[in-house]
Design a protein around this ligand. Structure first.
Ligand SMILES: [Fe+2]
Length: 256
């Protein structure tokens, strides 16, 4: 089982606007005719997988865009759907095909269904001892379902921004995930994480960009995506901070 440490109190963030990245023709079509847009979305899908989960993603994406559900509810629905089929072997054929020579397989995705928004359903192969170094997600939400193996996971919640490149962190969880376990990262959930294969791991990942807007209270960055953090502790109070820096710097410190 995945053991949770005590939840810290999440601090309120100063919010700044997010850059809208891509503007597409399909966004214009969505404004004209939602139903036409929904039909055309079927032709915009990427990747080889077209199982029921893709339909669940698309249907609930429309509900999210229509304001029927929020992004946390959307992710909960999709995560439960992905988890159910993953543990029943839905993705096994893709995993077997790709396991030998790749570290990620894109099952399905869409980058053109709405301006600045995208989603992907992927499989990650993480080797024993391989680390995904600490990083925060800005307007990038994701969840993972562990398909096989054991994954060491540390999660952090962002606190106050102290400096241009320094933010307070609270360690929220530190544990080992087993097959069937899941974890989520959103603006509202623990927003930074650091994981490492305790063994060879296969993990099903869903991620989406561009769905948080300036009304969301934890948004504090102007570039979407993942941004690396070097966890550092203050002397003498041991308070934990994240220094925003390059992956190379984080890797050079933490790779030993
Ligand atoms: Fe991440």
């Amino acid at each position: 089982m995945y053991k949770y440490l005590p939840q810290p109190v999440l601090d309120t963030f100063e919010k700044l606007p997010v850059k809208k990245t891509v503007s597409t023709v399909m966004g214009g079509i969505m404004l004209v005719s939602p139903k036409l847009h929904h039909r055309l979305n079927q032709f915009l899908l990427l990747g080889p997988y077209r199982g029921d989960v893709v339909e669940t993603i698309q249907e609930n994406l429309y509900r999210l865009e229509d304001g029927e559900i929020d992004q946390v509810e959307f992710l909960d629905i999709v995560r439960d759907a992905v988890r159910e089929v993953a543990v029943n072997g839905e993705f096994d054929e893709w995993i077997e095909q790709g396991a030998q020579d790749t570290d990620a397989i894109t099952l399905a995705g869409s980058t053109l269904h709405a301006p600045g928004k995208e989603w992907f359903l992927r499989i990650f192969m993480i080797e024993e001892g391989e680390q995904d170094y600490p990083h925060q997600h800005n307007s990038l939400s994701s969840f993972q379902v562990i398909q096989s193996g054991e994954l060491r996971l540390r999660e952090y919640a962002r606190g106050e921004r102290i400096d241009d490149d320094l933010i307070e962190l609270d360690k929220v969880t530190d544990g080992v995930l087993e097959p069937g376990d899941t974890f989520e990262t959103t603006e509202m959930e623990p927003n930074a994480h650091w994981f490492e294969g305790e063994s060879d791991v296969v993990s099903v990942n869903f991620n989406m960009r561009g769905y948080w807007d300036e009304n969301d209270r934890y948004l504090d960055a102007d570039e979407t995506g993942r941004h690396y953090l070097l966890p550092v502790q203050a002397v003498p109070d041991d308070k934990l901070y994240g220094k925003e820096t390059s992956k190379d710097v984080v890797e050079s410190v933490l790779s030993d």
